[in-house]
Ligand binder design. Structure first.
Ligand SMILES: [Fe+2]
Ligand SMILES: [Fe+2]
Ligand SMILES: [Fe+2]
Length: 472
Protein backbone atom coordinates (compact mmCIF):
# COMPACT_ATOMS: atom_id res chain seq x y z
CA UNK A 1 0.00 0.00 0.00
CA UNK A 2 1.74 3.13 -1.08
CA UNK A 3 0.13 6.09 0.49
CA UNK A 4 0.65 9.69 -0.46
CA UNK A 5 -0.97 11.46 2.44
CA UNK A 6 -1.11 14.98 1.14
CA UNK A 7 -2.09 15.27 -2.50
CA UNK A 8 -4.05 18.44 -3.12
CA UNK A 9 -7.67 17.56 -3.72
CA UNK A 10 -9.63 19.36 -6.44
CA UNK A 11 -12.03 21.25 -4.19
CA UNK A 12 -9.62 21.99 -1.39
CA UNK A 13 -9.26 25.54 -0.12
CA UNK A 14 -6.02 27.18 -1.20
CA UNK A 15 -4.40 30.59 -1.33
CA UNK A 16 -6.67 33.51 -0.55
CA UNK A 17 -9.71 31.28 -0.05
CA UNK A 18 -7.86 29.33 2.60
CA UNK A 19 -6.57 32.45 4.33
CA UNK A 20 -10.04 34.00 4.40
CA UNK A 21 -11.57 30.79 5.75
CA UNK A 22 -8.94 30.53 8.51
CA UNK A 23 -9.49 34.14 9.55
CA UNK A 24 -13.25 33.67 9.48
CA UNK A 25 -13.04 30.57 11.66
CA UNK A 26 -10.69 32.21 14.16
CA UNK A 27 -12.72 35.43 14.37
CA UNK A 28 -15.31 33.67 16.50
CA UNK A 29 -15.45 35.82 19.67
CA UNK A 30 -14.30 32.76 21.64
CA UNK A 31 -10.90 32.89 19.99
CA UNK A 32 -9.99 36.55 20.42
CA UNK A 33 -7.17 37.70 22.70
CA UNK A 34 -7.58 37.36 26.43
CA UNK A 35 -6.99 40.20 28.86
CA UNK A 36 -5.66 37.71 31.40
CA UNK A 37 -2.84 35.17 31.22
CA UNK A 38 -5.12 32.28 32.06
CA UNK A 39 -8.60 31.20 31.01
CA UNK A 40 -10.82 30.67 33.99
CA UNK A 41 -13.03 27.60 33.91
CA UNK A 42 -14.16 28.24 30.36
CA UNK A 43 -13.22 25.31 28.11
CA UNK A 44 -14.49 27.09 24.98
CA UNK A 45 -12.18 30.12 25.09
CA UNK A 46 -8.79 29.69 23.47
CA UNK A 47 -6.66 32.43 22.04
CA UNK A 48 -6.01 31.98 18.33
CA UNK A 49 -4.79 35.54 17.63
CA UNK A 50 -6.94 36.00 14.48
CA UNK A 51 -5.41 39.44 13.88
CA UNK A 52 -2.16 37.77 12.82
CA UNK A 53 -3.57 34.89 10.78
CA UNK A 54 -4.23 36.98 7.68
CA UNK A 55 -0.48 37.51 7.33
CA UNK A 56 0.53 33.84 7.45
CA UNK A 57 1.10 31.57 4.48
CA UNK A 58 -0.52 28.32 5.56
CA UNK A 59 -0.69 26.92 2.07
CA UNK A 60 2.50 24.91 2.12
CA UNK A 61 4.51 22.28 3.97
CA UNK A 62 7.13 23.81 6.24
CA UNK A 63 10.54 22.18 6.52
CA UNK A 64 11.93 20.67 9.70
CA UNK A 65 13.78 23.92 10.52
CA UNK A 66 10.56 25.96 10.41
CA UNK A 67 8.53 23.65 12.60
CA UNK A 68 8.77 25.81 15.69
CA UNK A 69 8.02 29.04 13.84
CA UNK A 70 4.97 31.11 14.64
CA UNK A 71 2.92 29.80 11.71
CA UNK A 72 3.23 26.29 13.11
CA UNK A 73 2.18 27.43 16.58
CA UNK A 74 -0.83 29.16 15.04
CA UNK A 75 -1.73 26.02 13.09
CA UNK A 76 -1.40 23.76 16.14
CA UNK A 77 -3.62 26.07 18.19
CA UNK A 78 -6.19 26.07 15.38
CA UNK A 79 -6.10 22.30 14.97
CA UNK A 80 -6.56 21.62 18.68
CA UNK A 81 -9.62 23.82 18.55
CA UNK A 82 -11.00 22.15 15.43
CA UNK A 83 -10.51 18.63 16.82
CA UNK A 84 -11.99 19.47 20.18
CA UNK A 85 -15.32 20.49 18.69
CA UNK A 86 -15.94 16.70 18.70
CA UNK A 87 -15.35 16.46 22.45
CA UNK A 88 -17.83 17.29 25.17
CA UNK A 89 -16.37 19.96 27.42
CA UNK A 90 -18.31 21.37 30.33
CA UNK A 91 -17.07 23.97 32.81
CA UNK A 92 -16.20 22.58 36.24
CA UNK A 93 -18.48 25.01 38.02
CA UNK A 94 -21.40 24.56 35.63
CA UNK A 95 -22.67 26.36 32.56
CA UNK A 96 -24.20 29.27 34.44
CA UNK A 97 -23.23 32.39 32.55
CA UNK A 98 -21.51 30.41 29.80
CA UNK A 99 -24.42 29.28 27.66
CA UNK A 100 -23.50 31.67 24.90
CA UNK A 101 -19.91 30.42 24.72
CA UNK A 102 -21.14 26.83 24.85
CA UNK A 103 -23.43 27.45 21.85
CA UNK A 104 -20.75 29.33 19.95
CA UNK A 105 -18.25 26.51 20.39
CA UNK A 106 -20.60 23.74 19.33
CA UNK A 107 -22.45 25.74 16.69
CA UNK A 108 -22.70 24.00 13.30
CA UNK A 109 -21.07 27.03 11.69
CA UNK A 110 -18.01 26.85 13.95
CA UNK A 111 -17.72 23.12 13.32
CA UNK A 112 -18.15 23.32 9.56
CA UNK A 113 -15.69 26.20 9.19
CA UNK A 114 -13.19 24.15 11.20
CA UNK A 115 -13.69 21.12 8.99
CA UNK A 116 -13.24 23.23 5.86
CA UNK A 117 -9.77 24.37 6.91
CA UNK A 118 -8.70 21.11 8.58
CA UNK A 119 -7.14 19.38 5.51
CA UNK A 120 -4.86 22.35 4.80
CA UNK A 121 -3.95 22.72 8.47
CA UNK A 122 -3.14 19.01 8.71
CA UNK A 123 -0.89 19.25 5.70
CA UNK A 124 0.89 22.20 7.27
CA UNK A 125 1.20 20.49 10.65
CA UNK A 126 2.12 16.93 9.68
CA UNK A 127 3.45 17.22 6.13
CA UNK A 128 7.06 17.34 7.36
CA UNK A 129 6.72 13.72 8.49
CA UNK A 130 6.61 12.61 4.85
CA UNK A 131 10.22 13.65 4.49
CA UNK A 132 11.29 12.45 7.92
CA UNK A 133 9.96 8.92 7.76
CA UNK A 134 10.68 6.31 5.11
CA UNK A 135 8.92 2.96 5.40
CA UNK A 136 9.17 1.64 1.85
CA UNK A 137 10.62 -1.76 0.97
CA UNK A 138 9.21 -5.20 1.48
CA UNK A 139 7.84 -5.83 4.92
CA UNK A 140 6.84 -9.24 6.22
CA UNK A 141 5.34 -10.40 9.49
CA UNK A 142 8.86 -11.60 10.42
CA UNK A 143 10.67 -8.38 9.56
CA UNK A 144 8.00 -6.48 11.53
CA UNK A 145 8.69 -8.63 14.60
CA UNK A 146 12.43 -8.02 14.23
CA UNK A 147 11.84 -4.28 13.86
CA UNK A 148 9.58 -4.12 16.93
CA UNK A 149 12.14 -6.10 18.89
CA UNK A 150 14.87 -3.65 17.84
CA UNK A 151 12.93 -0.72 19.29
CA UNK A 152 13.50 -1.92 22.85
CA UNK A 153 10.30 -0.09 23.70
CA UNK A 154 9.96 -1.92 27.01
CA UNK A 155 13.54 -1.28 28.14
CA UNK A 156 14.43 1.44 30.62
CA UNK A 157 15.70 4.56 28.85
CA UNK A 158 17.78 7.38 30.34
CA UNK A 159 16.34 10.73 31.36
CA UNK A 160 15.00 12.69 28.37
CA UNK A 161 16.22 16.22 27.57
CA UNK A 162 13.03 17.58 29.14
CA UNK A 163 13.56 15.61 32.34
CA UNK A 164 17.19 16.72 32.51
CA UNK A 165 16.12 20.32 31.98
CA UNK A 166 13.77 20.08 34.98
CA UNK A 167 16.32 18.35 37.18
CA UNK A 168 18.96 20.98 36.36
CA UNK A 169 16.68 24.02 36.30
CA UNK A 170 17.37 27.03 38.50
CA UNK A 171 13.69 26.76 39.47
CA UNK A 172 12.81 23.09 39.47
CA UNK A 173 9.26 23.49 40.72
CA UNK A 174 8.43 26.05 38.07
CA UNK A 175 10.01 23.86 35.38
CA UNK A 176 8.06 20.81 36.57
CA UNK A 177 4.79 22.77 36.59
CA UNK A 178 5.48 24.02 33.08
CA UNK A 179 6.04 20.37 32.13
CA UNK A 180 2.76 19.16 33.63
CA UNK A 181 0.95 22.00 31.88
CA UNK A 182 2.23 20.64 28.55
CA UNK A 183 0.45 17.35 29.18
CA UNK A 184 -2.89 18.95 30.07
CA UNK A 185 -4.33 19.07 26.52
CA UNK A 186 -3.76 15.33 26.24
CA UNK A 187 -4.24 13.99 29.78
CA UNK A 188 -7.31 16.02 30.83
CA UNK A 189 -9.28 14.42 28.02
CA UNK A 190 -7.17 11.29 27.92
CA UNK A 191 -7.97 8.65 25.30
CA UNK A 192 -10.52 10.87 23.52
CA UNK A 193 -8.66 10.48 20.19
CA UNK A 194 -8.73 6.68 20.65
CA UNK A 195 -12.47 6.63 21.04
CA UNK A 196 -12.79 7.88 17.50
CA UNK A 197 -11.86 4.34 16.41
CA UNK A 198 -14.55 2.34 18.18
CA UNK A 199 -17.47 3.38 16.00
CA UNK A 200 -18.27 1.08 13.13
CA UNK A 201 -18.52 -2.54 12.01
CA UNK A 202 -15.41 -4.55 12.60
CA UNK A 203 -13.63 -7.61 13.88
CA UNK A 204 -12.23 -8.76 17.20
CA UNK A 205 -9.17 -6.48 17.08
CA UNK A 206 -11.17 -3.30 17.56
CA UNK A 207 -12.94 -4.82 20.53
CA UNK A 208 -9.49 -5.26 22.05
CA UNK A 209 -8.88 -1.60 21.26
CA UNK A 210 -12.09 -0.87 23.13
CA UNK A 211 -10.81 -2.77 26.18
CA UNK A 212 -7.82 -0.44 26.37
CA UNK A 213 -10.22 2.51 26.28
CA UNK A 214 -12.28 1.00 29.09
CA UNK A 215 -9.15 0.96 31.26
CA UNK A 216 -8.34 4.57 30.33
CA UNK A 217 -11.85 5.51 31.38
CA UNK A 218 -11.60 3.73 34.73
CA UNK A 219 -14.44 1.31 33.89
CA UNK A 220 -16.89 4.15 34.31
CA UNK A 221 -15.79 4.89 37.88
CA UNK A 222 -15.05 8.59 37.56
CA UNK A 223 -12.56 8.68 40.38
CA UNK A 224 -10.31 6.19 38.61
CA UNK A 225 -10.60 7.71 35.12
CA UNK A 226 -7.05 8.54 34.03
CA UNK A 227 -7.92 12.17 33.42
CA UNK A 228 -9.16 12.37 37.01
CA UNK A 229 -5.90 10.88 38.31
CA UNK A 230 -4.05 13.56 36.40
CA UNK A 231 -6.26 16.26 37.89
CA UNK A 232 -5.08 15.12 41.30
CA UNK A 233 -1.45 15.38 40.19
CA UNK A 234 -2.05 18.95 39.03
CA UNK A 235 -3.86 19.91 42.23
CA UNK A 236 -1.15 18.40 44.41
CA UNK A 237 1.44 20.80 43.00
CA UNK A 238 -0.79 23.85 43.09
CA UNK A 239 -2.09 23.88 39.51
CA UNK A 240 -5.72 24.25 38.46
CA UNK A 241 -7.52 21.50 36.58
CA UNK A 242 -10.00 23.25 34.32
CA UNK A 243 -9.52 22.57 30.61
CA UNK A 244 -7.14 24.99 28.86
CA UNK A 245 -6.68 27.33 31.80
CA UNK A 246 -3.02 27.37 30.74
CA UNK A 247 -3.69 27.59 27.01
CA UNK A 248 -1.21 30.45 26.56
CA UNK A 249 1.60 28.34 28.02
CA UNK A 250 1.30 25.36 25.69
CA UNK A 251 4.34 24.96 23.49
CA UNK A 252 4.04 24.41 19.79
CA UNK A 253 5.34 20.84 20.01
CA UNK A 254 3.12 19.91 22.97
CA UNK A 255 0.11 20.75 20.84
CA UNK A 256 1.68 18.92 17.90
CA UNK A 257 1.97 15.77 19.99
CA UNK A 258 -1.62 15.94 21.18
CA UNK A 259 -2.94 16.86 17.74
CA UNK A 260 -1.09 13.97 16.13
CA UNK A 261 -3.35 11.44 17.84
CA UNK A 262 -6.49 13.37 16.95
CA UNK A 263 -5.24 13.49 13.37
CA UNK A 264 -4.78 9.72 13.31
CA UNK A 265 -8.14 9.09 14.97
CA UNK A 266 -10.11 11.60 12.94
CA UNK A 267 -8.86 10.29 9.58
CA UNK A 268 -9.76 6.62 9.47
CA UNK A 269 -7.52 5.97 6.48
CA UNK A 270 -4.75 6.36 9.06
CA UNK A 271 -6.17 3.65 11.33
CA UNK A 272 -3.18 1.32 10.94
CA UNK A 273 -0.78 4.15 11.61
CA UNK A 274 -2.65 4.76 14.84
CA UNK A 275 -2.23 1.08 15.76
CA UNK A 276 1.55 1.51 15.46
CA UNK A 277 1.64 4.77 17.39
CA UNK A 278 -0.61 3.29 20.09
CA UNK A 279 1.67 0.28 20.53
CA UNK A 280 4.72 2.50 20.84
CA UNK A 281 3.19 4.95 23.32
CA UNK A 282 1.72 2.29 25.54
CA UNK A 283 4.99 0.32 25.57
CA UNK A 284 7.28 3.29 26.24
CA UNK A 285 4.95 4.93 28.75
CA UNK A 286 5.86 2.29 31.31
CA UNK A 287 9.42 3.52 31.75
CA UNK A 288 8.45 7.15 31.17
CA UNK A 289 5.93 6.98 34.01
CA UNK A 290 8.47 5.40 36.30
CA UNK A 291 10.89 8.24 35.62
CA UNK A 292 8.15 10.88 35.90
CA UNK A 293 7.13 9.56 39.33
CA UNK A 294 10.71 9.74 40.58
CA UNK A 295 11.23 13.21 39.12
CA UNK A 296 8.05 14.69 40.62
CA UNK A 297 8.81 13.15 44.03
CA UNK A 298 12.31 14.53 43.80
CA UNK A 299 11.13 18.05 42.94
CA UNK A 300 8.02 18.34 45.12
CA UNK A 301 8.62 15.67 47.74
CA UNK A 302 5.72 13.61 49.01
CA UNK A 303 3.16 16.28 48.33
CA UNK A 304 3.19 15.34 44.61
CA UNK A 305 0.32 12.96 43.91
CA UNK A 306 1.86 10.65 41.31
CA UNK A 307 -0.85 8.01 41.16
CA UNK A 308 -1.52 8.98 37.54
CA UNK A 309 1.99 7.86 36.67
CA UNK A 310 2.26 4.82 38.95
CA UNK A 311 -1.07 3.54 37.63
CA UNK A 312 0.34 3.73 34.08
CA UNK A 313 3.46 1.79 35.02
CA UNK A 314 1.12 -1.03 35.89
CA UNK A 315 -1.60 -0.79 33.25
CA UNK A 316 0.59 0.07 30.27
CA UNK A 317 2.72 -3.06 30.59
CA UNK A 318 -0.56 -4.74 29.89
CA UNK A 319 -1.62 -2.27 27.16
CA UNK A 320 1.70 -2.54 25.31
CA UNK A 321 1.35 -6.32 25.25
CA UNK A 322 -2.29 -6.11 24.18
CA UNK A 323 -1.43 -3.73 21.35
CA UNK A 324 1.09 -6.24 20.02
CA UNK A 325 -0.67 -9.54 20.63
CA UNK A 326 -4.30 -8.58 20.19
CA UNK A 327 -4.02 -5.75 17.68
CA UNK A 328 -0.89 -5.71 15.54
CA UNK A 329 -0.46 -9.45 14.97
CA UNK A 330 -4.13 -10.29 14.34
CA UNK A 331 -4.57 -7.23 12.08
CA UNK A 332 -1.59 -8.22 9.93
CA UNK A 333 -2.99 -11.75 9.77
CA UNK A 334 -6.40 -10.45 8.77
CA UNK A 335 -5.53 -7.65 6.35
CA UNK A 336 -2.17 -8.72 5.00
CA UNK A 337 1.37 -7.41 5.05
CA UNK A 338 0.35 -4.29 3.11
CA UNK A 339 -0.65 -2.67 6.39
CA UNK A 340 2.81 -3.08 7.95
CA UNK A 341 4.39 0.06 6.45
CA UNK A 342 1.54 2.06 7.94
CA UNK A 343 2.03 0.51 11.38
CA UNK A 344 5.77 1.19 11.22
CA UNK A 345 5.07 4.69 10.01
CA UNK A 346 2.87 5.41 13.03
CA UNK A 347 5.69 4.33 15.32
CA UNK A 348 8.37 6.31 13.51
CA UNK A 349 6.27 9.46 13.18
CA UNK A 350 5.43 9.39 16.86
CA UNK A 351 9.13 9.03 17.70
CA UNK A 352 10.03 12.05 15.55
CA UNK A 353 7.37 14.15 17.24
CA UNK A 354 8.49 12.99 20.65
CA UNK A 355 12.09 14.04 19.92
CA UNK A 356 10.90 17.40 18.72
CA UNK A 357 8.76 17.96 21.81
CA UNK A 358 11.57 16.90 24.09
CA UNK A 359 13.99 19.38 22.54
CA UNK A 360 11.43 22.19 22.38
CA UNK A 361 10.55 21.87 26.05
CA UNK A 362 14.18 21.68 27.22
CA UNK A 363 15.00 24.80 25.18
CA UNK A 364 12.02 26.64 26.67
CA UNK A 365 13.19 25.85 30.21
CA UNK A 366 16.62 27.25 29.26
CA UNK A 367 14.86 30.38 27.93
CA UNK A 368 12.86 30.79 31.14
CA UNK A 369 15.83 30.11 33.43
CA UNK A 370 18.07 32.51 31.52
CA UNK A 371 15.59 35.42 31.56
CA UNK A 372 18.04 37.67 33.47
CA UNK A 373 20.81 36.84 30.97
CA UNK A 374 18.63 37.68 27.97
CA UNK A 375 17.74 40.94 29.70
CA UNK A 376 21.44 41.76 30.09
CA UNK A 377 21.99 41.04 26.40
CA UNK A 378 19.83 44.09 25.64
CA UNK A 379 22.79 46.41 26.30
CA UNK A 380 25.26 45.13 23.66
CA UNK A 381 22.55 44.50 21.04
CA UNK A 382 20.98 47.95 21.59
CA UNK A 383 24.47 49.42 21.28
CA UNK A 384 24.98 47.77 17.92
CA UNK A 385 21.65 49.14 16.68
CA UNK A 386 22.06 52.65 18.11
CA UNK A 387 25.57 52.99 16.67
CA UNK A 388 24.28 51.90 13.26
CA UNK A 389 26.60 48.87 13.21
CA UNK A 390 23.54 46.71 12.75
CA UNK A 391 20.39 47.69 10.90
CA UNK A 392 17.21 45.75 11.38
CA UNK A 393 13.51 46.33 10.64
CA UNK A 394 11.88 48.07 13.57
CA UNK A 395 8.31 48.35 14.83
CA UNK A 396 7.37 51.28 17.11
CA UNK A 397 4.62 50.39 19.53
CA UNK A 398 2.59 52.35 22.09
CA UNK A 399 0.37 50.44 24.48
CA UNK A 400 -1.83 51.46 27.42
CA UNK A 401 -1.86 50.10 30.95
CA UNK A 402 -2.99 46.48 31.17
CA UNK A 403 -2.58 45.70 27.47
CA UNK A 404 -1.67 42.03 27.25
CA UNK A 405 0.22 40.68 24.24
CA UNK A 406 -1.07 37.11 24.19
CA UNK A 407 1.71 34.56 23.97
CA UNK A 408 3.39 33.94 20.63
CA UNK A 409 6.87 33.47 19.21
CA UNK A 410 8.98 34.95 16.41
CA UNK A 411 10.80 33.34 13.51
CA UNK A 412 14.09 35.09 14.29
CA UNK A 413 15.73 36.74 17.31
CA UNK A 414 14.34 40.15 18.23
CA UNK A 415 15.39 42.97 20.50
CA UNK A 416 12.70 44.52 22.66
CA UNK A 417 13.71 48.04 23.71
CA UNK A 418 11.64 50.08 26.17
CA UNK A 419 11.54 53.81 25.37
CA UNK A 420 9.28 54.79 28.25
CA UNK A 421 7.07 53.03 30.78
CA UNK A 422 7.19 49.54 32.27
CA UNK A 423 6.64 46.15 30.70
CA UNK A 424 6.29 42.79 32.40
CA UNK A 425 7.84 40.40 29.92
CA UNK A 426 6.63 36.83 30.35
CA UNK A 427 8.65 33.87 29.07
CA UNK A 428 6.64 30.93 30.39
CA UNK A 429 4.47 29.87 33.29
CA UNK A 430 5.35 31.86 36.41
CA UNK A 431 8.38 33.35 34.66
CA UNK A 432 8.95 37.02 33.89
CA UNK A 433 11.32 40.00 33.79
CA UNK A 434 10.37 43.61 34.54
CA UNK A 435 11.65 45.95 31.82
CA UNK A 436 11.91 49.70 32.51
CA UNK A 437 12.70 52.63 30.21
CA UNK A 438 16.13 52.21 28.63
CA UNK A 439 16.10 48.48 29.32
CA UNK A 440 14.88 45.60 27.24
CA UNK A 441 15.54 42.00 26.37
CA UNK A 442 16.68 39.77 23.56
CA UNK A 443 13.81 37.56 22.46
CA UNK A 444 15.10 34.23 21.30
CA UNK A 445 13.82 32.80 18.05
CA UNK A 446 10.89 30.36 18.40
CA UNK A 447 10.59 30.89 22.18
CA UNK A 448 7.12 31.36 23.60
CA UNK A 449 6.58 34.73 25.29
CA UNK A 450 4.07 37.49 25.93
CA UNK A 451 3.92 40.82 27.74
CA UNK A 452 1.72 43.09 29.79
CA UNK A 453 2.04 46.86 30.27
CA UNK A 454 2.38 47.90 33.90
CA UNK A 455 2.66 51.69 33.51
CA UNK A 456 0.00 54.13 32.36
CA UNK A 457 1.51 53.85 28.92
CA UNK A 458 4.51 52.07 27.44
CA UNK A 459 6.41 53.08 24.32
CA UNK A 460 8.69 50.38 23.02
CA UNK A 461 10.44 49.13 19.92
CA UNK A 462 10.86 45.68 18.46
CA UNK A 463 13.98 45.30 16.31
CA UNK A 464 13.97 42.19 14.16
CA UNK A 465 17.69 41.45 14.31
CA UNK A 466 17.42 37.86 13.05
CA UNK A 467 20.43 36.50 14.90
CA UNK A 468 21.38 38.48 18.00
CA UNK A 469 24.88 37.00 18.07
CA UNK A 470 25.71 38.98 14.93
CA UNK A 471 25.25 42.14 17.02
CA UNK A 472 27.82 41.16 19.62
FE1 LIG B 1 -3.99 6.29 30.47
FE1 LIG C 1 -2.66 2.93 28.51
FE1 LIG D 1 6.90 39.16 20.73
Amino acid sequence: MSHTPFPYEPYELRGKELRDAVVRYASNPLYLDNEEWENSDNPYRRQLRPQVLAHLDLDRVPGRDELLDYSSLAVQRLLTTVYEADLVFLPKSGLKGQWEDFRRFYSPTNRVLGEMIRPALERYAFGFLDKEVETSGKWTAESLEAYLESLNAHEPAGASLAEQAIANSTDRERAARMWLIQFAPDFLSEASPMIRNVLGYYGAAQSEWFKIIIDEYGYGVHDTKHSKLFERTLESVGLATDVHRYWQYYLNSSLLMNNYFHYLGKNHELFFRYVGALYYTEATLVDFCRRATALLKDVFGDRADTQYFTEHVHIDQHHGRMALEKLIRPLVEEHGEEIIPEIVRGIEEYRRIQDLADEDFATQIGWMDNGPEFKKLHAPVWDAIRSGRVTAPVADIVEPYGELSNTHCHDGDELCHIVSGTMKFVSGFDSHQILEAGEGTVIQRNRLHGAIIESEECVYQIHSVGDYKKCM
